[in-house]
Design a protein around this ligand. Structure first.
Ligand SMILES: [Fe+2]
Length: 387
């Protein structure tokens, strides 16, 4: 699939190459219609089972701003946002994701979205008045990978709260940064997202070319969404950015003080992939929320694509800390356009957890070391024995 000889090994331990280091033998057809011009990930619509509990988590603990709310739905935004919302919490019977929503450059891009997905035989629906408050003409589709995607341009503008320091908290969430999706066949998903105009910035592979995850962007950051290999379609996480690392530490301290440490699933830590400082939380329904800061600019056309070896124990945590098994196994259901959960298809390629935790797993800190990592540092391996 990918020849390591075509990549350059960096002094940091990862490889670099140019665009499209991933190929698929089972592609989604490429439509003849051009894709819509996607600006960025804009908001996620989450179905939650206890609206009051979710409000307490996202507003009282995490400090997102309420743009609008009623008994059924809460519209939330981050500090720097000027569009109506970045997160919709809608009360429903099953915790799931109703929409991964992207903003497109012009109203005419919605016509392109309709043509693009109609040609692929997808369920495509258009609402001239929008599917949610604050958003105008919108197109929703069940994409060829089974995910509920939305595209819109028109939206109500609201005030940026950046200057309202009197309202800011020490853990201020300033932007929606990205989505993360779980899909059984990562190369197939990557090829389809490239057809939609996304570019790969980083991936995780083994020497045989199995691809475990890939990160893709429209805006010039590491990603707008990532494809994580696993049983899917499911939603792995939605991520908000803070300005600084200390904002993430403040969230941890606050959760501790509130006796809500059980909301912390993984981290804080430094990612290898993306170089960002991170924290993973679980909301009252188990939806995973990442808080993230300080990835890097990727906007040049020849931005190098970064490839990590799946056995590099610094790929997911730069300090070599173990990844908890739940982070690999748990994810949220996604809905079709009628609100029914999409069936989950099992991954058949080897799983990242199995190759790094299982009894035959082997991870390294320095490639080529004769001795394996000391027993006390075999974090993921050791966690595997606790399963
Ligand atoms: Fe993430």
């Amino acid at each position: 699939m990918t020849n390591r000889a075509d990549m350059t090994l960096t002094s940091s331990g990862y490889y670099v190459s140019q665009e499209a280091p991933i190929a698929t033998d089972d592609p989604v057809p490429t439509p003849s219609s051009p894709p819509p011009d996607v600006l960025r990930c804009a908001y996620m619509e989450l179905v939650v089972t206890d609206l009051a509990a979710s409000r307490q988590f996202y507003v009282d603990v995490l400090g997102l701003y309420v743009t609008e709310e009623d008994d059924e739905t809460i519209y939330l935004r981050s500090t720097e946002e000027f569009i109506h919302h970045n997160l919709v919490l809608r009360k429903g019977p099953i915790a799931a994701v109703a929409a991964f929503s992207y903003r497109v450059r012009t109203p005419e891009d919605l016509d392109l979205a309709v043509a693009f997905y109609t040609e692929l035989g997808c369920d495509v629906r258009r609402s001239p008045s929008g599917f949610v408050k604050g958003i105008g003409d919108s197109v929703r589709v069940t994409d060829p990978l089974g995910f509920p995607y939305e595209f819109f341009h028109q939206t109500d503008h609201v005030e940026r709260m950046s200057w309202r320091y009197d309202l800011h908290s020490p853990g201020e969430l300033v932007r929606l940064d990205h989505f993360n999706q779980v899909t059984p066949d990562v190369p197939r998903a990557v090829k389809h997202m490239q057809d939609l105009g996304f570019r790969v910035t980083e991936d995780i592979q083994d020497e045989e070319g199995t691809v475990y995850a890939a990160w893709m962007r429209r805006k010039p950051t590491v990603h707008d969404t990532a494809m994580t290999g696993g049983d899917g379609p499911r939603m792995h996480h939605v991520c908000f950015a803070t300005h600084e690392k200390h904002n993430i530490l403040a969230i941890c301290d606050k959760l501790g003080a509130l006796r809500r440490s059980d909301a912390i699933e993984r981290g804080p830590g430094r990612h290898g992939v993306s170089n960002a400082f991170y924290l993973y939380l679980r909301d009252p329904d188990g939806h995973r929320v990442e808080v993230y800061t300080q990835d890097y600019y990727t906007g040049d056309p020849d931005n190098p694509v970064v490839t990590w070896d799946v056995h590099d124990n610094q790929r997911r945590d730069w300090w070599g800390n173990p990844v908890v098994p739940s982070w690999y196994t748990d994810a949220s259901l996604v809905l079709d356009l009628d609100g029914n959960p999409q069936p989950v298809v099992a991954r058949t390629d080897s799983s990242e957890m199995a190759v790094t935790i299982g009894a035959d797993g082997f991870s390294y800190t320095r490639p080529g070391d004769e001795e394996p990592m000391p027993e006390w540092k075999q974090g993921e391996y050791k966690l595997g024995h606790q399963l």
